[in-house]
Design a protein around this ligand. Sequence first.
Ligand code: UDP
Length: 235
Amino acid sequence: MYNRILLKLSGEQLQGQYAGGFDHARARWIAEQIKPVVASGTQVVIMVGGGNYVRGAQIAGGGIGDVTAHNAGMLATLINAITLADVFNDDGLATRALSTVEVNQFVDQYTYRRAVSHLEKGRVVVVGCGTGRPFLTTDTAAVNLALEMKCDVVIKATKVDGVYDKDPVKFTDAVKFDQLTYDEVLANPDIGVMDKAAIGLAAEEKKPMIICDLLSDGNIVRAAKGEAVGTRLVV
Ligand code: UDP
């Protein structure tokens, strides 16, 4: 069992059954998946993406500068952080949202000590605004936060149950890897499981990662217990 995990939830996971925006039922389902993790004594830090509202690359151009576009992307992640925290709390899972960018009117600012204090009180911590800096993604922010918060592992919950040698949606003969090294991931252009900056940082700092299917009931708790689920990325 891990002491502390970093769970990366992309915006796509939070839009659930919809084409964009926020799926309350999905959020509640995720809360139910996380409850047994917290009950077992594992602390949970969540980094949320914002692709269900806006990604920087989608709106940059046409008069919108790159930095403004990325800032808008980070604000999208903040929407997810504060709304997800509300649903979790409503569902009985004690949770606090924190933002890496100062927006004190909406939510407390992330500091390491504040996050640890919440975790030690048994609360889930959801972090919005990524790293707070443009030109990065929340995948990279997730690895960065896992390093800062000394999380034992980064769990990236996706819509497939791991990493395949080719797209399992397009190819029926796609083969799933149980384990891959970061060198193998970086050398294979067909594996687009996470952006290269995130993989590079995790490899450099020897932080293991698990890529697994969010929607498979019990996957998160199994991953948090250290059981083999999805694909494990290691040095
Ligand atoms: N972003 C950023 N810096 C960060 C994290 C995110 O500038 O540290 C911006 C970036 O434009 C990104 C957007 O916020 O496209 C939303 O995050 P992301 O694309 O990672 O969301 P996801 O795909 O996980 O839903």
